[in-house]
Structure formats: structure tokens, C-alpha cells
Write a protein that binds this ligand. Structure first.
Ligand code: UD1
Ligand code: UDP
Length: 372
């Protein structure tokens, strides 16, 4: 059967991190098609990335919006139903999804189910998980559940680091399925290198290099819980006052919704802006004195750029960044955030990023094609 890869995504980070895979397939003439679940849909969470990264609109555009945090079963189920129909029609030899979202869970489950009835559907297909084997060891996170299930039903586990591979081995996953490729975010950053300076974000926002903090928040366990959301933003504000800097907060729509619902006022020293395009965001991230975040991608990117990072969570599935001193896990309590961020700001900025050589996209596609 001729190779054909289905590339499925639905959220901002998945679009960004699958771009190197899509571009490699495109450049090498490898047959593929793309499916967008519709999990993210606002212009600044979705379409802007297609425009900036030079991607074609998806071949299949679904519209399965979430009602987060409730009805995640329905969200996942609706995506499964729609994705299954596409896969049965297209008969791809391989299906790829990236990360730990509900879109990934739906795609992995559907592919694994189809693989059990290959005689009936007249094709066989395999699932490859990009950015596999990460673990926060916190099962209260929807993302941790998604990662574990996706990894355990994957045929190919594309782990970004050796440490991630160890997580999977400890769970008894077969070593033959695991490939340490690096993280495709390194490839994506290389691709857009020249564009970052062009956008002139600092000048436009009247900021000075290394004289502001960059804040992002969107995790369910943080923004949906009033006490935590309040405590985190007080901690960020307290740190900024102490350090004499301002924090720029490109606000994720989920955080915006919850701030409004809880009637929380953003404290002083925090400047809220809309979610930014990739180039504009990277420009702020590269030049910030420090990043304060609960995002997975921001922990990685700040580490790659040499920007210090404070993780506003109780744990991280990117412990490599902590081990080399690029990141500290500060939790959600106000005082802890002020203390850890202050310590971090005074610390070193020299480390070697652990996420690979920027050829992860190419490696993943080569393994898929050869592994058939
Ligand atoms: C999702 C992923 C998370 C990932 C994040 C990337 C799950 C469980 N969560 O979280 O792992 O880190 O994407 O950003 O899959 N909304 C909009 N416009 C959009 C998207 C969302 O307004 O384009 C609002 C809606 O009110 C929606 C809420 O944000 O209900 C949450 O969206 P959802 O995709 O469920 O979760 P994220 O927090 O974005
Ligand atoms: N990002 C962006 N604009 C923003 C905030 C983030 O382009 O205003 C990019 C960021 O560079 C990173 C990705 O979005 O590549 C991170 O996505 P997010 O934090 O939503 O999800 P996570 O990485 O936690 O899954």
C-alpha cells in the first residue's frame, strides 16, 4: 500500500509543533493530509499561525469546540466520531498527532480502534505520538491522562529527550517503539529565526530588552480555580513590584473567560494584551528578563532562548529544564512565586538546551516511512 500520513492537530501548540513535520512531508513529496479538530478556533489561537508559518488551510476542518472544563468526554467523543470517518475514507498508513490535548487522545484512540479491524476496513494504520513519553506524574491534569493513554496505544513514540524515554520504559512500554528525536519546537524556532526581530515587538510595546517579565496562564488547574488564579496573579504582581519591572500578559481566552467569571481585577504591574502571533510572542519571550508561565511550550522555548523561566504549577513534565537551571517550579502560592522568581532572576543564564538539533520533524517522517 502506498504511504500516506494523516497529520491531526487542533490547538495553537500543535499547529506550531507539527509545522516542521508538515513542511518536511511537503518538501519531500511524501503523501499526507491534515485534519484540524477545531479545538482552537479564535483567529489569534488558530488562523494566525497558518498565516505566519506559511501553512495551507487544513484538508479537513472540523469544528469540535470544547465546553471546558466540563463535558471533556463529549468533546473527545465528538472528535473521535468525526476523525474516524475521515480516516476510514482516506485510509492513511500512518496517523500523527502531537502533545497532550483532547485532540491527541481522540486521534490516538480512533487510530488504535481502526487498527483492530484492519481485515474489515481493508487497510492497516499505525499511530505515531509526537512529543511522547512526557510525564508530570499528576493525574489530576487532563493532559497527563491524555499523554498516558496516547503513549500506551501508540505504535511509534517520538520522545523529545532521553529522560522522556526513561518515563516510558518505567511503564513497561516497548523500547523498539521509542525514538528519541528531539522536540520539533527547535525546528520551528529555527524556521522562523529571521522573523522574530522583524516584528519589532519591543519597540511597539515600549519595552526594554531584559527589563520586563512575560506571563502566560491557561492550565485548567490554575485558571479555573478562583483561589489559585487570584494567588498566582498576586504573586506575579508582588514579584514585579519587588524587581521593579512590568509583566506583559498575552491573555489566553480561557484565562480571560475565568477572570471575568470570577470578577477578578488584574493587579498593578501586569499589562494585559491579546494573545500574540508566534513571531510577536517569540520576540517578547527571547528578550524578557524572565518568563512566568504554566505553559509547556513556553518552558521549552524560554530554555532554548536562554530566558529564565518560572513555572507556575506544582510540577512539570519538562524536568530537563529544571535540572539545568533554566526553570524553577514555583507552585501557585503567592509567596512562593515571589520568592522563587526573585531567586531565579538573580541566577545564571548559561545552559545547554536539551531539546535536540532542530531536525526532529525530518527524523520523525523518516522513521515512519522506513518503519512500515
Ligand atoms: C488546550 C489543551 C491544553 C493545551 C492548550 C494549548 C486539553 C484538555 N487542553 O487547553 O493541554 O496546553 O489547549 O493552548 O486539550 N477558547 C477560545 N478560543 C479558542 C480556544 C479556546 O475562546 O480558540 C476558550 C473557550 O472558552 C474554551 C476554553 O478556552 O472553552 C478552553 O479551551 P480548551 O481547548 O478546552 O482548553 P485550553 O485551555 O485551550
Ligand atoms: N504562543 C503564541 N502567542 C501567545 C502565547 C503563546 O504564539 O500569545 C505560542 C508559544 O510561542 C508556544 C505555544 O504558543 O509555542 C504555547 O502554547 P500554549 O501555552 O497555549 O500551550 P502548551 O504549550 O502549554 O500546550
Amino acid at each position: 500500500m502506498e504511504e500516506k500520513i494523516a497529520i491531526v492537530f487542533g490547538t495553537r501548540p500543535e499547529i506550531i509543533k507539527l509545522t516542521p513535520v508538515i513542511k518536511h512531508c511537503r518538501n519531500e513529496g511524501i503523501p499526507f493530509f491534515t485534519v484540524h479538530s477545531g479545538q482552537h478556533y479564535s483567529y489569534e489561537m488558530d488562523r494566525i499561525f497558518f498565516e505566519q508559518l506559511g501553512l495551507k488551510r487544513p484538508d479537513y476542518q472540523l469544528s469540535v469546540k470544547s465546553k471546558a472544563p466540563y463535558m471533556q468526554g463529549q468533546h473527545t467523543g465528538k472528535m473521535m466520531e468525526a476523525i474516524e470517518k475521515i480516516l476510514l475514507k482516506e485510509k492513511p498508513t500512518n496517523v500523527l498527532a502531537e502533545g497532550d490535548t483532547n485532540t491527541v487522545l481522540a486521534t490516538a484512540l480512533v487510530t488504535a480502534k481502526i487498527a483492530t479491524v484492519k481485515q474489515l476496513v481493508d487497510f492497516s494504520t499505525k499511530f505515531g505520538h509526537v512529543e511522547a513519553c512526557l510525564r508530570s506524574y499528576d493525574k489530576t491534569m487532563p493532559e497527563e491522562m491524555n499523554r498516558i493513554i496516547a503513549d500506551h496505544i501508540s505504535d511509534y513514540l517520538f520522545a523529545p529527550t532521553k529522560d522522556a524515554k526513561q518515563n516510558a520504559l518505567k511503564e513497561g512500554l516497548s523500547e523498539e517503539k521509542i525514538f528519541v528525536t528531539g522536540n520539533t519546537i527547535v525546528d520551528a524556532l529555527k524556521m522562523v529565526e529571521g522573523k522574530i526581530e522583524d516584528v519589532n515587538s519591543l519597540k511597539k510595546m515600549e519595552l526594554e530588552e531584559k527589563n520586563y517579565a512575560l506571563l502566560t496562564l491557561h492550565r485548567q488547574e490554575n485558571v479555573d480555580v478562583k483561589e489559585k488564579l487570584q494567588s498566582i496573579i498576586k504573586g506575579v504582581s508582588g514579584f514585579c513590584k519587588k524587581a521593579g519591572i512590568e509583566a506583559i500578559w498575552p491573555m489566553h481566552p480561557r484565562a480571560k473567560k475565568m477572570l471575568e467569571q470570577y470578577n477578578i481585577t488584574v493587579p498593578e504591574k501586569i499589562r494585559v494584551v491579546k494573545p500574540l502571533g508566534f513571531f510577536e510572542f517569540l520576540s517578547l519571550e527571547k528578550n524578557a528578563a524572565i518568563a512566568l508561565t504554566d505553559s509547556g511550550g513556553v518552558q521549552e522555548e524560554s530554555c532554548i532562548f536562554g530566558t529564565k523561566c518560572v513555572t507556575l504549577r506544582e510540577n512539570t513534565e519538562r524536568p530537563e529544564t529544571v535540572a539545568i537551571g533554566a526553570n524553577v517550579v514555583a507552585g501557585w502560592q503567592e509567596n512562593g512565586i515571589v520568592e522563587k522568581a526573585t531567586e531565579m532572576l538573580e541566577g545564571k543564564t548559561e545552559w545547554k538546551q536539551p531539546f535536540g538539533d532542530g531536525k526532529a520533524g525530518e527524523k520523525i517522517v523518516k522513521i515512519l516511512i522506513k518503519g512500515k
